[in-house]
Write a protein that binds this ligand. Sequence first.
Ligand code: 13P
Length: 254
Amino acid sequence: MRKKIVAGNWKMNLDYNEGLSLFSEIANMVKDEVTGQQQAVICSPFIHLHSLVQLAKGYDKIAVGAQNAHQNESGAYTGEVSAKMIRSTGAAYVILGHSERRQYFGEDNQLLAAKTDTVLKNGLKPIFCIGETLDEREAEQHFDVIKTQLQEGLFHLSTEEFGQVVLAYEPVWAIGTGKTATAEQAQEIHAFIREQIANQYNQQVADDTTILYGGSANPKNAPELFAQPDIDGGLIGGASLKSRDFLDIVKVFN
Ligand code: 13P
């Protein structure tokens, strides 16, 4: 059985104290309210990581992740943070390939393939984001775009390495817009992603891969999205900044 995951992506929000206080609230709520086998993950800015990992000690249903990592192990890259540094905080996950990184920081599939290798080498699990823009969907290129993102970003991995990857389908037109993909639209793409994985690796690997949906997910639409056979949880932006909303999304899997 593949893992159900609800991950929050705080993006560039919350100062140090605000982050600690929101995380404490979330961790307590997870402890009191989560009765299923699902995993909650908070992906915070780098500055929070170490402290959040300390606050998460003793709560096995909540884990911590970063939102980016550099492709090189170390060196003269002023302002960057390495996978090894992230791992040394005790964080377990790293978001890679978020559309905001692709769009504003020019990250392409080749760079993301290199980042994935480095992250895996350092014992972290990538939450690897893929998804089409509005123009690509309107031009009916969404399947091709997703296929290319998978092939160029991830399909060089061995079966064992791929087993560490969590995927997130985030249609760019649904991120922060209040415009969620319908459950049918999301399910169609998730099933397609799983089929690509089965073709590249095998059916067992495909069946074991957790594929999250992201893009204006909230407590209202999450139940229908998560009820789809190929949707295994969510990557939550805006709603992860409110403890009650985030928990209600996590609890869909109770
Ligand atoms: P929103 O939930 O704010 O649309 O953001 C989704 C997202 O980008 C998560 O990574």
